[in-house]
Design a protein around this ligand. Structure first.
Ligand SMILES: [Zn+2]
Length: 177
């Protein structure tokens, strides 16, 4: 893919006013908090960001990223390529209070007077997208473990727990449908 490295910083409010976007790639070594979670420096992260304003005149940022990075197989401890994909909508806010008032579908991105650090935004998204444990497929893993064919062991326990939202629903004054 013909692309440039993602810019490090950007005035995201200005970008949202213009309705512009940026895209580019990053390497694992660019990201100091993400890199230690990986097995090697190998891999590539592709990022697309678009900036716009919504009807509430909020400054929004949509981040779509795809990455292929090397993680450690938790069974055989050999490296394995993991594909990560994530897509999220962030609202640029000045203060924590402003963040607390956002609708649930928007995640806050706290940005003060200084330009926003785009690499950190990408890094946060990648850390969230990374599975807690990764394993090779059974037929390629160096450690050939017999996999228990346990039919949904967690099912029994789950059924006994009451769903807190159902309880809430019962407490609400009756709504006519
Ligand atoms: Zn393995």
């Amino acid at each position: 893919m013909l692309a440039d490295r993602l810019p490090i910083t950007l005035d995201v409010r200005k970008a949202a006013m213009r309705g512009s976007g940026v895209s580019g790639y990053l390497k694992p070594l660019d990201l100091k908090r993400f890199r230690p979670l990986l097995a090697s420096d190998e891999g590539l992260i592709n990022v697309e960001m678009s900036f716009y304003r919504d009807e509430e005149r909020r400054y929004l940022l949509s981040v779509v990223l795809e990455a292929d990075v090397e993680v450690t197989c938790q069974r055989c401890l050999e490296p394995l390529m993991e594909h990560l994909a994530s897509s999220s909508k962030l609202a640029v806010v000045w203060t924590d209070e402003e963040a607390a008032h956002l609708p649930k579908y928007l995640d806050p991105l706290l940005v003060g007077e200084t330009p926003c650090d785009l690499w950190q935004v990408v890094e946060d998204e990648l850390i969230l997208a990374l599975p807690a444990f990764s394993y090779h497929a059974a037929d390629v893993c160096k450690l050939n473990v017999e996999i228990d064919s346990d039919p949904a062991p967690h099912k029994a326990g789950r059924a006994e727990k009451p769903n807190p939202f159902n309880v809430l629903g019962q407490l609400k004054p009756g709504k006519k449908h």
